[in-house]
Design a protein around this ligand. Structure first.
Ligand code: F3S
Length: 389
């Protein structure tokens, strides 16, 4: 892999250990994927924040970087952590656990990372089309490549952080136009009526596509927030980092998807809903539009006393949508920032069965949250929470 004089200097440790280890991570990655060089990036989005998933190893690594004077050199945002500071007591987060989580956040702050604590950094600042970034967080990666036309590979926590410190990423994969073309055609043979069908379709397409980039006919009329749900589910179902909407211009293999396959996914991920004790919306984190939609539906109503109604969003969006937040809280709902039910410390909530509109959440919650999950669209989730179904 070609390295400039300056990059070689960093590689040889002349700019300190933090930069040295970072460029070595990037060069190793570049060599694995046959990249010829490093290219500049405009931003990084870093995962590996929740203590629940990152653990003590993350603390040790971050400490070493901070002690070696590590600093990010491009605008860098942070994925959700494992609690909302304001609700920490209500969620019964143990003191030692909270301290470790706060240590992780503090270390990222010391590295110069913007403490956005959200999986939807594009709502805070929409990157410009065709720019190169290094993002971790699978749902944001799919959104960036497919909807924003921003170029990123599917980074992991270490490579996104290494890129943030060097300001570069290896030039391979989705950074190259020739690798962004669709190489499989998915044709949806039915009309998508509900969000859970949409998510299940995304999950199924993720499974089908494997490492291919699908062009998907049948999702042309979806709105941006629906594509967000679709893409998040797709990234949960497989490794696909990008999709195209409509027909591929080139001649590629075609696969038809019918309602039965999508219903199969729903049946596998969704259980009976007679014991539900929580409703969760906001995976990925809600936009202002979604918060307003929920607020409009819930206005003047009350959440059932035996239900926890949890809406997750970023602090930035909550601040921007103060009226909607007020309405949801007045109805008895929780607007939770900086975390989500999947990566949060939820043991203290004592919930056993969750209703959600997110297939990504439905896929991860049983293993990461030890809860059963039912799927429904947002409207039904809200109606259930206020006792209208
Ligand atoms: Fe975001 Fe948590 Fe879902 S990080 S994509 S809300 S699992």
């Amino acid at each position: 892999m070609y390295l400039s004089k300056e990059e070689e200097r960093i590689y040889d440790g002349e700019a300190g250990w933090a930069k040295e280890i970072s460029i070595k991570i990037l060069v190793k990655l570049g060599e694995i994927f046959d990249a010829e060089r490093l290219i500049p990036i405009e931003s990084a989005h870093i995962s590996g924040v929740s203590y629940k998933t990152a653990g003590d190893a993350a603390i040790d690594f971050l400490k070493s970087l901070v002690n070696a004077g590590g600093k990010v050199c491009v605008p860098s945002t942070l994925n959700p952590s494992s609690f909302d500071e304001k609700l920490k007591r209500l969620w019964c987060v143990p003191r030692e656990y909270a301290e470790k989580q706060n240590t992780i956040i503090k270390l990222y702050e010391n590295l110069g990372v913007n403490l956005t604590l959200t999986c939807t950094p594009y709502y805070i600042k929409r990157p410009r089309s065709r720019c190169h970034v290094a993002w971790a967080e699978s749902s944001a990666i799919v959104y960036a490549n497919s909807i924003l036309n921003v170029y990123t590979n599917r980074e992991g926590a270490p490579s996104a952080l290494a890129s943030a410190i060097i300001g570069k990423t290896p030039d391979y994969g989705l950074h190259r136009d020739e690798n962004r073309r669709p190489n499989i055609q998915i044709i949806v043979d039915f009309k998508i009526k509900r969000e859970d069908e949409l998510g299940a379709l995304g999950f199924h397409v993720g499974r089908l596509s494997k490492n291919f980039i699908p062009a998907i006919h049948g999702i042309e009329k979806l709105k941006e927030y629906e594509l967000k749900l679709f893409g998040a589910a797709m990234a949960a179902g497989g490794m696909t980092p990008m999709f195209h909407i409509g027909y591929a211009k080139n001649n590629v293999e075609r696969i038809h998807v019918g309602r039965e396959e999508v219903n199969d996914v729903i049946e596998r991920l969704s259980h009976e809903e007679n014991e539900i004790d929580a409703v969760f919306i906001g995976c990925p984190h809600c936009s202002s539009l979604e918060l307003n939609y929920i607020a409009n539906m819930i206005s003047g109503k009350k959440i059932k006393p035996d239900i926890k109604f949890i809406v997750c969003t970023s602090r930035f969006i909550a601040e921007k949508s103060r009226e909607a937040v007020k309405v949801i809280k007045k109805a008895g709902g929780w607007v939770v920032c900086d975390t989500c039910l999947v990566v949060a410390y939820i043991e203290g909530l004592k919930i056993h069965s969750v209703l959600t509109n997110s297939v990504k959440a439905a896929y991860y919650l049983p293993s990461l949250g030890n809860v059963r999950v039912s799927l429904a669209d947002m409207e039904r989730c809200v109606k259930f929470a206020v006792g209208l179904t």
